[in-house]
Design a protein around this ligand. Structure first.
Ligand code: CU
Length: 175
């Protein structure tokens, strides 16, 4: 089969571009820990209120006996619940997001937290927030007329302050 030399050149260039992208994705996955969500975990979005994990009183920040922090959040038109949470900086946090109705997204500016929250699935992300501060938690998938009002707040506090509050017996559960 005859292939024009010019065409050959462009085939080589396009294959090189594909190779470059695959290399970037591979390096990001291996060295920066950037991966697409791979763990498929389904959930019945219509009965979250009856669910043992995502019932209203189970939401928010929880620390287990080993000190591992899990944050459970429900997205629904038009907010993220609970409305406000407090988490420590420089500490691995595992977020488990579910939607109670339609497709939502969550984006926390100045952090690497950004994921779709697809109804019927649990979106799990483990991340670390490097700096203390007040961050908004924004929906980035159009979900209806109130979409532009869909946000919550997250307070990231210094690791030392978090440990002090966990040790204090007066401090109840973090909401
Ligand atoms: Cu939205």
């Amino acid at each position: 089969m005859h292939i024009d030399p010019l065409e050959k050149k462009w085939i080589a260039i396009s294959l090189a571009v594909v190779g470059l992208f695959v290399a970037i994705i591979t390096l990001d996955a291996l060295f920066h820990g950037i991966n697409p969500p791979s763990k498929v975990e389904t959930i019945d979005s219509a009965s979250l209120h009856l669910n043992t994990e995502f019932a209203e009183d189970k939401l928010g920040v929880q620390t287990d006996a080993q000190g591992v922090i899990t944050v459970r959040m429900v997205a629904g038109r038009y907010s993220f619940f609970p409305k406000h949470i407090t988490v420590p900086a420089e500490t691995p946090l595992t977020f488990r997001w579910v939607s109670m109705d339609v497709l939502h997204g969550v984006h926390i500016p100045m952090t690497n937290m950004s994921t779709m929250i697809v109804p019927g699935y649990v979106a799990e992300i483990t991340t670390t927030f490097p700096k203390p501060g007040e961050y908004p938690l924004l929906c980035n998938e159009y979900c209806g007329l109130g979409h532009n009002h869909m946000w919550s707040n997250i307070s990231v506090i210094a690791k030392e302050d978090w440990q002090a509050s966990v040790k204090s017996p007066a401090q109840g559960e973090q909401k």
